[in-house]
Design a protein around this ligand. Structure first.
Ligand SMILES: Cc1ncc(COP(=O)(O)O)c(C=O)c1O
Length: 455
């Protein structure tokens, strides 16, 4: 592509994005497509000769967009909603233009140092102490995997099988990370919760004592601030006390809930996190930064170097204390320039605006939960600490299943299912930057309309 062609197609693409961002509500959130429809539509093999770029852009619009589940839609309220505003989109384009590989300081001084700067800013915004060493990884799953590997290395030679603890409501990435780090499945202990879905510390202690008596070696415990199923908050400070007593690494999964700490009002929800050994927070979930950007903070960067540093001759550079070679602190060698989109987002919005947006979404979730709870046909199934509302219609599991399918099939909204206490529930997660109270009112009206049709 020549620079002139880039201008032509680039402007066309920007125009498309601007239109899309302005008119996202006009798209169905969930596409009405069958599995295999794109595979069956596109050619069975790649073109021998290059194709006309106008045609390629047209095919993007004709074949890709209508088969997309629109995460960037204000009525995407499934899983944990995310956002890709203009700031992040522009940053992603510019990062792609520079295309650095931030494995070493020398391979990209700017990418390396911008990562240091933005993660230090974020650390301050979250009210964390200045010893935290941050790095950007793709996902919380990868971040937590890093914590588990570092915990294992820090534990040293163990006299028996290593055991790891999290709550029954912990994200599956914890169990997966443990398995990938070589912990046997039966040694991942998922601890029961109290009536507000918080890890029960008495049961944690009991499980550890039982495991030690059986010759096992507890090495890591992972409380969560903002669980995926109900956004519950484990008692981090109490878990920490247990972890310290048994010389375990304490990693906190605040992939979702952590972003709220940019507003000091919510920092008490992260009480104790600053004293943990590591934590993960995902700006790509709820800090309005596009996928993918997970931040992994570790209390001491040397613990990561012990676990991950391996420097072959071809990666050796002259030592300099200020030249950080990120590849020595984690699994990936090649590293995308992800910090650029964080920098653009932090600068363009500023902390006050980001905090206000998160606060408004939490207030909106609480307001909606109150409305739902006031309706005789519905119940709200978990306390609303953040922006997730978990509820169910009182008409039973089958009805909730059909209700969810009906609202999602309308294309007007995307909600997601879960099972809580053996009952089917519906999760409504507010997080997209464009979601407003009108969207929430419309979704609530739609739920009632579909419920009336199903009765
Ligand atoms: C609490 C929590 N932890 C971890 C994850 C995994 O996140 P990722 O998709 O970044 O691996 C999720 C995903 O929703 C989550 O909610």
């Amino acid at each position: 592509m020549t620079p002139d062609e880039f201008r032509t197609y680039g402007y066309a693409a920007i125009d498309w994005v601007a239109h899309f961002l302005e008119h996202t509500r006009e798209y169905p959130v969930l596409p009405d497509v069958e599995p295999g429809s794109l595979v069956d539509t596109l050619p069975k093999s790649g073109p021998e000769q290059g194709e006309d770029f106008t045609q390629i852009l047209e095919d993007f619009e004709r074949e890709i967009v209508p088969r997309s589940t629109h995460w960037n839609h204000p009525r995407f309220m499934g899983y944990f909603a995310n956002s890709s505003p203009g700031e992040g989109i522009i940053a992603e384009m510019l990062a792609a233009a520079l295309n650095p590989n931030g494995m070493l300081w020398k391979s990209s001084p700017a990418a390396t140092e911008l990562e240091e700067v933005t993660l230090d800013w974020l650390r301050q915004w979250m009210g964390l102490s200045d010893f935290w060493f941050g790095q950007i990884l793709d996902t919380a799953s990868t971040s937590t995997f890093h914590a588990i590997v570092a915990a294992r290395v820090r534990k040293g030679a163990a006299s028996g099988p290593l055991t790891l603890y999290a709550s029954k409501h912990a994200h599956s990435s914890i169990e997966k990370g443990a398995l990938a780090a070589g912990v046997a499945r039966e040694n991942v202990r998922l601890i029961d919760v109290d009536d507000e879905f918080r890890m029960r510390v008495d049961l944690l202690e009991a499980a550890i004592v039982e495991d030690v008596a059986a010759g096992k070696v507890p090495f890591c415990v992972i409380p969560t601030v903002g669980t995926t199923s109900v956004a519950s908050i484990d008692p981090v400070r109490e878990v920490l006390a247990v972890g310290r007593r048994h010389a375990m690494w304490v990693h906190v999964d605040c992939a979702y809930g952590g972003s709220t700490a940019v507003d000091p009002r919510y920092q008490p929800l992260l009480d104790g996190v600053d004293e943990a050994d590591s934590l993960v927070v995902n700006p790509h979930k709820w800090l309005f930064v596009p996928m993918d950007l997970s931040v992994f903070y570790c209390h001491n960067k040397e613990w990561l170097r012990d676990a991950f540093s391996l420097v072959p001759e071809y990666l050796r550079t002259a030592g300099d204390d200020r030249a950080l070679n990120y590849h020595e602190y984690g699994l990936p060698l090649g590293r995308r320039f992800r910090s650029l989109k964080l920098w653009f987002t932090m600068r363009s919005f500023g902390r006050v605006k980001l905090a206000a947006m998160i606060h408004a979404q939490i207030e909106a979730a609480k307001g909606l939960a109150a409305t739902i709870a006031a309706h005789p046909d519905y119940e709200v199934c978990a306390p609303v600490h953040f922006s997730l509302v978990v509820f169910r219609h009182r008409a039973g599991d089958d009805f909730n299943q059909r209700l969810l399918e009906a609202v999602n099939a309308s294309g007007e909204v995307l909600l997601s299912p879960n099972v809580l206490g053996g009952q089917k529930v519906i999760r409504l997660a507010i997080g997209n930057i464009q979601t407003n109270r009108g969207d929430l009112a419309a979704v609530w009206a739609l739920l009632q309309e579909k419920a009336a049709e199903l009765k």
